[in-house]
Design a protein around this ligand. Structure first.
Ligand code: ADP
Ligand code: MG
Length: 181
């Protein structure tokens, strides 16, 4: 049996994450989790009062069930932050799975053209974006380094966190088991 794999889709809007994630889902019989496909139907917008984080946490939790059952899962979240990806590398290995970082990129003009074309074709799927936003986003985005992409990456938790488990329960409280009430 193939080793369960957690795929992390990394990249800015319009870089082709969801398109690539659909292909990976078919190639690897992996379950795909794309928050954009959940946010609008559930809440009418791509982010409402931190609900995206709540949803992402539950999708991570659901992906962990897939991994424990021997399947593979795809988190199509964008993952701009290095620590987010590092935490999920740890999380996957805790569930007996490998991690693969799938990085998609294109120049800003191409991204802008794609997202606006996508919006014209299907206004319900995403939203309008402008060039200034892309400049800001690119500055905030932390590009994956070579060791992250080749799977040898074993980073330590950032200052203030003893373990990746504690980092994850801070970033995505709903991704870890909830205390019984
Ligand atoms: N490699 C590519 N070349 C050209 N167009 C692409 C490519 N990948 C995706 N697209 C198109 O660009 C738009 C954005 O792609 P999408 O996969 O939704 O990006 P993301 O999920 O990263 O926001 C879609 O309309 C898609 O069909
Ligand atoms: Mg997408």
């Amino acid at each position: 049996m193939r080793r369960p794999t957690l795929f992390l889709m990394v990249g800015l809007p319009g870089s082709g994450k969801t398109t690539r994630a659909r292909d990976l889902a078919r190639e690897h019989s992996a379950v795909r989790f794309s928050p954009d496909e959940w946010m609008k139907p559930l809440f009418g917008s791509s982010d409402v009062d931190g609900r995206r984080d709540i949803l992402e946490g539950r999708l991570i939790w659901t992906a962990s069930q897939v991994l424990l059952l021997g399947g593979s899962a795809i988190l199509d979240f964008g993952f701009w932050g290095r620590d987010e990806r590092a935490a999920l590398h740890w999380f996957a290995s805790e569930h007996g799975a490998a991690t693969r970082t799938m990085y998609t990129n294109a120049d800003t003009e191409t991204l802008l053209d794609r997202v606006n074309r996508r919006w014209r074709d299907d206004p319900g799927a995403t939203w309008v974006m402008d060039a200034d936003s892309f400049t800001e986003w690119r500055a905030a985005f932390q590009e994956p380094a070579e060791d992250e992409l080749d799977g040898t990456w074993r980073p330590l938790p950032p200052p203030g966190f003893e373990t990746w488990r504690s980092w994850m329960s801070d970033r995505w409280p709903t991704s870890v088991p909830q205390p019984a009430r």
